[in-house]
Design a protein around this ligand. Structure first.
Ligand code: KG4
Length: 341
């Protein structure tokens, strides 16, 4: 049988990434991250799309070179169609469509969130690694989303609950900004938290019904507490940053795990995965391991490189869609939000 080569392209936020798969096995995954946003404490959309324009050709070129293939060997081009920043998406979407059309191969549109969930199916070799069985639950936590997803099949996912305001990653990034730490805050808070006391401070936990989340109250509680403490000690953050980070991280992990535990209990599904940028967090990973031990969950935690935005997850989702013959037309537009799809 002829080999199937899929090129995946991801450009939904501030990472330009391209990956190549052969028959579902990853050959290359190249990502150019954008340092330009650090000075602003957050992603500046206009700067992001300009950086994508500069990066996209070299990144795709590198991905093909590292995979050891010529572009003419590609069977299809998969790309993130949304959700994400419109200007950023447009760069990847336009490039992917043009590239696929020039090569005369199908184009495959991929939902970024579906990609995060299917990152669990990325294989780096022909060996079968431990993959979740359908149906499984996936906690999808990133800078833009916090959801509990019931995954019935590659192409059938149900959102059981989601944030009604800020995402978990967004809350971490904003609290880190208030503390005067760098951007993105997630990895910095994670590092500091490892040296702090998670019981040192208490912050507000939301009381939301069902499986939905809310993180805006926590953010406000963190800000007001900090303001009060700084009245007595202007260098409070510097003196207590490890304990602050550990307490903040624990509060967020507790909120995430409480709802997830409820979903596991109600659905009876004990295969539980985690995905998205925040799944790189060591406190959350440890909580997963603890819950697995305590409640008999079978857990799936992705490799660090597949937690934050990457094209390997877009390519694997594209591969499954390719096998289904699920292609898109050249006029399929990018979408910034799920409801605009
Ligand atoms: O999935 P992702 O790369 O982009 C989105 O699609 O949003 O997630 C980025 C988010 C940021 O909020 C970042 O601070 C957070 O993931 N993050 C972390 C860690 N690494 C990245 N949060 C906590 N601990 C980490 N180690």
């Amino acid at each position: 049988m002829k080999d199937i080569y899929i090129l995946g392209i991801e450009s939904s936020c501030d990472d330009t990434s391209a990956a190549v798969l052969r028959n579902g096995v990853l050959l290359s995954n190249v990502t150019a991250s954008q340092a330009v946003h650090e000075a602003y404490g957050g992603v500046v959309p206009e700067l992001a799309s300009r950086a994508h324009q500069q990066n996209i050709v070299p990144v795709v070129d590198q991905a093909l070179k590292r995979a050891g293939i010529e572009k003419e060997q590609l069977s299809a081009v998969a790309f993130t169609r949304g959700p994400g920043l419109m200007g950023s998406l447009l760069v990847g979407v336009s490039f992917a469509k043009g590239f696929a059309r020039a090569l005369g191969v199908p184009m495959i549109d991929v939902n970024h969130l579906q990609g995060h969930v299917l990152a669990h199916f990325i294989r780096e070799s022909d060996d079968n690694h431990d993959q979740p069985h359908f149906p499984f639950l996936c906690l999808l936590v990133s800078g833009g989303n916090s959801q509990i997803v019931k995954v019935n099949a590659y192409n059938d996912m149900e959102i059981l609950g989601q944030t009604i305001d800020d995402a978990a990653g967004e809350a971490i990034d904003k609290c880190s900004k208030v503390m005067g730490l760098g951007y993105p805050g997630g990895p910095i808070i994670d590092k500091l938290a490892r040296q702090g006391n998670a019981e040192a401070y208490q912050f507000a936990k939301p009381q939301i019904k069902g499986y939905d989340y809310s993180f805006s109250g926590l953010k406000t509680s963190f800000l007001y507490s900090l303001r009060d403490w700084m009245k007595d000690d202007p260098d409070f953050v510097e003196h207590h940053k490890e304990d602050l980070a550990a307490s903040l991280e624990k509060t967020i992990v507790d909120i995430l795990m409480k709802k997830l535990k409820m979903a596991v209990k109600d659905t009876g599904i004990k295969e539980v995965a985690v995905a998205g940028g925040v799944s790189a967090n060591n406190g959350l990973r440890q909580a997963y391991r603890d819950y697995a031990k305590r409640y008999g969950w079978k857990i799936f935690i992705p490799k660090f490189s597949y937690t934050t935005d990457n094209a390997a997850m877009i390519a694997i989702t594209g591969y499954f869609k390719y096998l289904d013959g699920d292609f898109c037309s050249i006029d399929a537009p990018a979408f910034a939000r799920m409801e605009n799809k």
